[in-house]
Design a protein around this ligand. Structure first.
Ligand SMILES: Nc1nc2c(ncn2[C@@H]2O[C@H](COP(=O)(O)OP(=O)(O)O)[C@@H](O)[C@H]2O)c(=O)[nH]1
Ligand SMILES: [Mg+2]
Length: 281
């Protein structure tokens, strides 16, 4: 378990989560998969998906057959076209379209193994609000990360842990799952039009993972890390630039430190306080 207060309080959100499935039914699981020219990888990735209730594929305007391949392999998939550019915007659009109780975010290039999904879901049903994949805990690993990315991730990770009193081991990893009731805390914008001149809104790029992790920590969601092995991308090249995207992550961290407390965060924090008071913690 990570995050300072989150260690003590059985958060209001968790109680809400229990109530959410208290009807006796299993939680519905939605997998959100952003795609940008992944037609050659989808045939490797989609067949490995365990049974889930919903698959949302969010395309970023691929100029290969990504959408046709997705439709052929998974006729039941919900296909969404993102409204701006970047992986973060794709995820925001996918989360907005998701109808499940639990949302799992996963890549389409073969790096994140769909067979690990049950591990994430198990942590959530056992009480976590947010299950964060980690390549750097026992049982995790990576065959995809470069030296520069590893160093950058380590530096940004230490910075976030210092500033937000977290104990993350892998800040910039894109394999995570959370209860859909956490979405208000993330405050993602899936509707505004793209800014003029090709600029990106904050959170639209690869800084999305950091944004989610930091906002989860600010609201003291119950965080759990899940060991995950990252495989090498099967076909094609990464869309991430370690330097420019790393700098966006850095700026995101400083923006988030200065950001005033938001109403959803205050509501979650009040829930923690009430619960702790009730239980004499
Ligand atoms: N829809 C959408 N998906 C994207 C975009 N950028 C990356 N992705 C997808 O996000 C996942 C991770 O991207 P990738 O380029 O492999 O980055 P890396 O894993 O950090 O090296 C893959 O499934 C990509 O297809 C984007 O701008 N839009
Ligand atoms: Mg990748």
């Amino acid at each position: 378990m990570l995050g300072s207060g989150a260690r003590h309080a059985h958060s209001a959100a968790v109680l809400e989560g229990a109530a959410h499935t208290g009807s006796g039914r299993a939680p519905r699981v939605t997998v959100v998969m952003p795609t940008l020219n992944e037609a050659r990888n989808l045939p490797h990735v989609l067949p490995l998906l365990p049974p889930v209730d919903e698959l949302v594929v969010v395309d970023g305007g691929s100029d290969d057959d990504t959408l046709a391949v997705a439709r052929m392999l998974r006729p039941d998939a919900v296909l969404v076209r993102q409204n701006r550019r970047g992986k973060g915007n794709a995820l925001a659009c996918g989360f907005a379209a998701a109808t499940g109780d639990i949302i799992v975010m996963i890549d389409a290039d073969g790096s994140t193994d769909p067979r690990e999904i049950p591990r994430f879901v198990a942590e959530l049903t056992e009480g976590a609000d947010f299950a964060k994949g980690s390549r750097f805990v026992a049982g995790g690993g990576s065959s995809d990360i470069t030296r520069l990315r590893r160093l950058g991730n380590q530096f940004l990770n230490v910075l976030v842990n210092g500033l937000f009193r977290t104990r993350y081991s892998d800040l910039c990893y894109g394999y995570n799952a959370f209860w859909a009731y956490c979405l208000p805390v993330f405050e993602l914008d899936s509707t505004s039009p793209a800014p003029a001149g090709g600029a990106r809104l904050w959170g639209d790029g690869f800084e999305i993972e950091t944004l989610l992790n930091v906002r989860a920590a600010r609201a003291r969601l119950r965080l759990v890390e899940v060991p995950s092995h990252e495989h090498a991308r099967i076909h094609g090249a990464s869309n991430l630039n370690a330097v420019t995207d790393g700098l966006r992550v850095l700026r995101t961290i400083f923006r988030e430190v200065r950001r005033p407390r938001t109403a959803p965060e205050a509501a979650y924090l009040a829930g923690h306080r009430d619960h702790a008071a009730e239980h004499g913690q």
